[in-house]
Design a binder for this molecule. Structure first.
Ligand SMILES: C[S@@+](CC[C@H](N)C(=O)[O-])C[C@H]1O[C@@H](n2cnc3c(N)ncnc32)[C@H](O)[C@@H]1O
Length: 187
């Protein structure tokens, strides 16, 4: 079952607690290494939360536009305050930008919150939003990690294979995470 109601509630006091997450610096470093070597002029931050990754993307490549979406109204408000682009209040399954696509779609710690029976469809939806790259950061199945009910350990090589694309790069983000890069080649 979808955990979206959890995230809508969680948006209230999220930013402060999230920034204390162990490994967040390593994850940001891995995201940087994954995106900086690739050509993109605009990006979509899927499940953008309060805009942490949107802000990083805009700093790493000045002049790009960065849009985002998130199911939590409170988090969307914080992301909009950054003034980087359009922020929609919605989730992966419902997001319909009317055929618009982005060079780069990033989903940091979002697929790990999608239950196993929905994750392939969610990954497919993210791929459809990209005309270039999809970069995801999530906990890795080869890591020792104690998980809450709203966190899942997926086999992302398998998830993306089932979407019909290959993982072209995997950047380690110790202690828990990896960043996966796929090319969006599906319709
Ligand atoms: C761990 S936070 C990460 C936030 C942001 N991506 C970051 O890295 O700072 C997970 C985010 O995913 C969002 N989320 C959870 N399920 C989602 C879904 N099905 N579609 C889109 N966003 C979702 C939550 O609202 C929350 O903002």
């Amino acid at each position: 079952m979808s955990e979206i109601p959890y995230w809508v509630r969680r948006g209230e006091a999220y930013e402060e607690s999230f920034l204390k997450t162990p490994g967040i610096i390593a994850q940001e470093d891995a995201l940087y290494r994954a995106v900086i070597v690739r050509p993109w002029r605009n990006a979509l931050d899927a499940g953008c939360g309060f805009g942490r990754v949107s802000r990083l993307l805009a700093n790493w490549r000045p002049g790009v536009s960065v849009d985002g979406f998130d199911p939590s109204a409170r988090m969307c408000e914080a992301a909009r305050d950054l003034g980087l682009g359009t922020v929609w209040e919605t989730d992966i399954a419902s997001f319909d930008p009317g055929g618009e696509r982005w060079d780069l779609v990033v989903a940091a710690e979002v697929l790990m919150h999608v239950p196993p029976d929905e994750v392939v469809e969610a990954a497919r939806s993210l791929l459809r939003l990209s005309r270039g790259w999809l970069v995801t950061a999530d906990w890795s199945i080869d890591r020792e990690v104690e998980r809450d009910p709203h966190n899942w350990l997926h086999d992302y090589f398998d998830v993306f294979e089932r979407c019909g694309v290959h993982v072209v790069d995997r950047v380690d983000a110790p202690p828990f995470q990896c960043v996966w890069v796929t090319t969006a080649r599906i319709g």
